[in-house]
Write a protein that binds this ligand. Structure first.
Ligand code: 1PW
Ligand code: ADP
Ligand code: CA
Length: 500
């Protein structure tokens, strides 16, 4: 199990029964033992911490084994040693603190990880702390205990801090943003938790804690959202206008219901059956980046993308679609969640530089219900005449009717706790029937007309470069082996590597 880099070894499990000192090992009728804790994969992508007890004939041998195990583990440099943890006590069922203390802190301690924990006292507390006072050099990563909204808050804090430290103005639309070197771990304690679910495959706190402990990392695309060249927000999961925007706007007033608020607001939005007029323009992704109706998985796509990206790719041009839309959804990832195990766009990739733009045109309630229902089973939710989906690198949306005057005076308007678009004065508009709101990773945007692009190059670039290098090496190897007439073995190497 070391191979998985999943072992956590430390002596002394038996001393708990013998009240020995930490770091000691107990003798049990002259058998010397030590435990090794390791990750065991169980069903539905869930991981558990298991324990194997090793016994030796002498104390010295025992000590040697522990020493060697620790040395081997210390070579796994991608494992975090020190973390900054933000807990949102307010999200989901308001169990963030309990989830962390009962399920996460014990395994962090077992793995020898030290954590500085901050329980947030208000919305944007984590973002502000990250942007200004956190001393990030001393940490190997940041952990978010909450839902998608909390992750988004920490993402904004970390991205803002990275740009500030690198003197990049993130409000400038063309700005080349600096990737963040710190990883963000997610402990699911929210209502939808789709970012955790879509990256880990489950929303189980212990599984997420074990992924953090063994230093897993998953690159992700980040979309930037602007309104008339003013930066609003980043998005990593769902940008939804129409149905999901109305669901979120209505659910904000029902936060006291916890996750059930979405069901109530979902039924209400479904019965309202609003549609919105506007123009969607988008820049399709290159052909070799696959299509939302592919059934390909991520890794093989990434590799095959490199395989084909050397060939000339058709240069795409902007497409424009006007119409009446029930929902406009940009999925930067599958957006899988417990309610919808495949997600809004099952084949959307996490770090491929694209988002899947799903347009649901005006249709009957029954048709829309059928479309929604397919999100909960394996039927193809795009296989409707009123649904179209495109893999895009950028898109704009312009509502048909100009947005109502943005009211500066907000006294008579319901305030969303703590949300204010970055880089602009806090402005709020009443979404009239002609306008919905944008649901940006679970936060409401206060502008209907937006310009979206894939902003931050992700770590996948480095992965691609490595694969490209390997592919070159293999191609070189295949060509020289061809000369030696040993093509088969080289192709075997090649194929086995591509599966890695
Ligand atoms: C007839 C049955 C219909 C079932 C509909 C199933 C579709 C459910 C698809 C949900 C996909 C939601 C994408 C995730 C969005 C999150 O970022 C956001 C915020 O998540 P958070 O509450 O902060 O964890 N949640 C919502 C509901 O907008
Ligand atoms: N201590 C707090 N009090 C109030 N709101 C908070 C606090 N900490 C974070 N928030 C805000 O709560 C919102 C929802 O957080 P999230 O964890 O996504 O819960 P949920 O999944 O239920 O939406 C986020 O917008 C976040 O900024
Ligand atoms: Ca993507």
């Amino acid at each position: 199990f070391w191979g998985h880099g999943a072992a956590i070894a430390y002596p002394g499990c038996l001393w708990e029964q013998r009240q020995g000192h930490p770091g000691q090992f107990a003798s049990l009728s002259q058998v010397f033992c030590f435990p090794v804790f390791y990750v065991k994969r169980t069903k539905n992508h869930q991981w558990r911490c298991n324990e194997a007890t090793f016994s030796c004939s002498s104390a010295e041998l025992c000590e040697q084994w522990i020493q060697v195990t620790r040395e081997q583990l210390s070579l796994l440099t991608n494992r975090p040693k020190r973390l900054l943890v933000y807990i949102n006590p307010f999200g989901g069922k308001r169990r963030g603190k309990r989830i962390y203390e009962e399920k996460v802190a014990p395994v962090f301690q077992q793995a020898g990880i030290s954590a500085d924990v901050i329980v947030t006292e208000r919305a944007n507390h984590a973002r502000d702390h990250l942007t200004t006072e956190a001393n990030l050099q001393q940490y190997d990563g940041v952990v978010c205990v909450g839902g998608d909204g909390m992750f988004s808050e920490i993402l904004h804090g970390l991205v803002a801090r990275t740009q500030n430290d690198n003197k990049v103005d993130q409000n400038r639309p063309g700005a080349e943003l600096k990737p963040c070197m710190l990883r963000i771990g997610i402990i699911p304690a929210g209502s939808t938790d789709c970012i955790c679910f879509a990256t880990v495959g489950t929303n189980d706190p212990v599984t997420s804690a074990l992924h953090i402990i063994i230093g897993d990392s998953q690159p992700m695309d980040v979309c930037s959202v602007h309104h008339n060249d003013v930066f609003l927000r980043y998005s990593v999961s769902l940008l939804g206008y129409g149905f999901y925007g109305d669901v979120l706007a209505d659910s904000e007033k029902k936060r006291w219901l916890g996750p059930a608020r979405y069901d109530l607001s979902g039924v209400k939005a479904f019965l309202c059956h609003n549609y919105y007029k506007g123009t969607v323009s988008f820049l399709p992704a290159e052909d070799n980046l696959g299509h939302p109706r592919d059934k390909m998985q991520f890794l093989c796509l990434l590799v095959s993308k490199w395989f084909h990206s050397c060939v000339a790719v058709s240069s795409s041009s902007w497409k424009v679609i006007c119409g009446k839309f029930i929902a406009i959804n940009a999925a930067n990832m599958s957006c899988a969640c417990p309610r919808s195990p495949k997600g809004l766009s099952p084949s959307a990739h996490l770090a491929d530089g694209t988002a899947d733009l799903i347009l649901v045109r005006k249709c009957s309630r029954l048709d829309f219900f059928r479309h929604l229902l397919r999100h909960t089973n394996t039927d193809d939710q795009f296989d409707h005449s009123f649904v179209e989906v495109h893999r895009v690198k950028k898109f704009h949306f312009e509502p048909l009717d100009p947005q109502p005057l943005l009211l500066e005076n907000q006294s008579e308007l319901p305030k969303k706790p703590g949300f204010c678009p970055m880089g602009s004065a806090q402005t709020t508009c009443i979404p009239s029937a002609a306008h919905s709101s944008w649901n940006c990773d679970g936060e409401i945007l206060h502008h209907a007309a937006i310009q979206v692009r894939l902003a931050i190059h992700n770590i996948a670039e480095t992965v691609k470069r490595k694969i490209k290098l390997r592919l070159h090496l293999i191609t070189a190897k295949v060509s020289c082996l061809k000369a030696l007439g040993k093509t088969d073995s080289a192709l075997m190497t090649h194929n086995s590597l591509l599966k890695c």
